[in-house]
Design a binder for this molecule. Structure first.
Ligand SMILES: CC(C)(COP(=O)(O)OP(=O)(O)OC[C@H]1O[C@@H](n2cnc3c(N)ncnc32)[C@H](O)[C@@H]1OP(=O)(O)O)[C@@H](O)C(=O)NCCC(=O)NCCS
Length: 164
């Protein structure tokens, strides 16, 4: 059974544990680096601030009671456009619909918050993530995303209309 846990600032330890796992296990998928959240960067107030981003929705997916996945919806500078970020399913939870559950939960929240578009950035070559997003109605916008750490490839920007 997959359940959604909506996190508040006080739940930062749950977020921290999964996020550090994500940055360690799948560094190719994220703009943030593990080193930015270790040592001096690994402070309670930073994790709390991350969960307290104004207008954000931060969730963890529980599979049979265990936290195995995470995702966030955050406002953008564009009116009516929300961004899906920090998407991760740990290896123990993969291939069981947890990714679909997270994408759909953030989409539902965004629609209820009045957003018309949900967008995201995915690194080139991350085929599992691209397939998940396409299956959930996202399409490549063709806009150039940020340059990846190899200095050559760019992220792909995908978006989905929430109005239907
Ligand atoms: C991309 C990701 C969120 C997909 O989560 P998921 O819930 O496993 O999604 P899916 O069920 O669609 O599985 C995706 C693919 O993983 C593979 N997979 C299936 N079971 C698996 C398992 N037990 N272990 C590893 N991979 C598995 C399969 O190729 C599957 O695709 P298919 O079965 O449709 O051919 C997850 O793989 C992940 O967190 N990856 C690393 C971080 C990342 O890429 N985040 C996205 C940033 S934009």
């Amino acid at each position: 059974m997959i359940e959604t846990l909506v996190l508040a600032e006080g739940d930062w330890k749950i977020w921290r544990e999964l996020r550090l796992t994500a940055l360690t296990e799948a560094p190719y998928a994220f703009g943030s680096r593990l080193a930015d959240w270790q040592g001096d960067g690994d402070r309670e107030e930073r994790w709390r601030d991350r969960l307290a981003i104004p207008g954000s929705y931060n969730i963890v997916a529980l599979l049979d009671g265990q936290p195995v996945g995470m995702a966030s919806g955050v406002p953008t500078e564009l009116d009516g456009v929300v961004e899906l970020i920090s998407m991760y399913v740990a290896p123990a939870g993969r291939g069981q619909g947890v990714g679909d559950h997270l994408v759909q939960a953030v989409g539902q929240w965004a629609r209820q918050a009045g957003a018309g578009t949900l967008r995201l950035a995915v690194t080139e070559g991350n085929e599992n993530a691209q397939a998940l997003y396409e299956r959930n109605g996202f399409r490549d916008t063709g806009e150039p995303g940020d340059l990846m750490s190899d200095g050559l490839r760019r992220e792909h920007i995908m978006a989905k209309s929430l109005s239907i």
